[in-house]
Ligand binder design. Structure first.
Ligand SMILES: [Zn+2]
Length: 231
């Protein structure tokens, strides 16, 4: 990882008939502790969107990034395209990545690889709330199964935290979005079942619902039979 720097990039408005070209600043190597003013923009995803200077259309401007959070001992590689993703996975098995962590976090930290700015935002929210993202993914997987039985098929869940309010955003297969209030006891129950085993295991860098699916079959909340309310 070379020195931290910013890059100016030209982007083209996505709105038909506009086509305005604006220049944006991107951060391919971001040590967030050195630019704390950017934390909220990572959290709400606006670091990866741009508002057109002419027609004010807001459009996505995703890019790959090395994200370092010293405070939460976290390094996240955002790999947007498949090639970068495969390279990041290879890198996660190398000594190089741990050398970087010692350099940038000053001790061994946690490494994660994600594919989208939304996943980056979720990982940082989970870390800031001091949860274990593996427990969280198992809980999400379990909730997804429960909701799919109860209402309609769920595509994904995302953990969110703002103004001390925690929730899951629920993306259904039909494109609709719902919200489920996060209940700490769900997390605690999941942790009770899996934390001891997870402690003994070296974690891979890719921790998502697919990982959870292969790691764990339904957790206690599945068995309580209590309906989950979606808003
Ligand atoms: Zn425009």
């Amino acid at each position: 990882m070379e020195q931290i720097h910013t890059i100016q990039r030209r982007v083209t408005c996505t709105r038909d008939a506009c086509g305005q070209q604006d220049v944006i600043t991107i951060y391919p190597r971001l040590i967030i502790d050195e630019m704390p003013r950017l934390r909220p923009f990572v959290a709400d995803g606006s670091l990866f969107t741009h508002t057109c200077s002419v027609c004010h259309t807001i459009y996505p401007t995703p890019y790959s990034m090395y994200y370092v959070d010293r405070r939460n001992r976290l390094m996240i590689i955002v790999a947007i395209d498949e090639k970068e993703y495969q390279e990041a996975v290879q890198l996660s098995f190398s000594q190089q990545i741990y050398a970087w962590m010692m350099k940038y976090i000053n001790r061994k930290g946690m490494l994660r690889i994600v594919r989208t700015p939304l996943e980056l935002s979720e990982k940082t929210a989970i870390a800031a709330s001091h949860y274990d993202d593996r427990i969280m993914e198992i809980l999400k997987y379990s909730l997804m199964k429960k909701l799919s039985k109860q209402t309609k098929d769920v595509n994904r869940l995302f953990y969110n935290a703002f103004n001390k309010k925690e929730e899951f955003a629920v993306l259904f297969n039909d494109g609709q979005i719902g919200h489920v209030d996060f209940e700490k006891r769900w997390y605690q129950e999941t942790a009770r079942v899996y934390a001891a085993d997870l402690k003994t295991k070296e974690s891979p860098a890719v921790i998502d619902m697919n990982w959870a699916k292969h790691y764990a079959e339904p957790v206690p909340i599945e068995e309580t039979g209590e309906p989950v309310s979606v808003k």
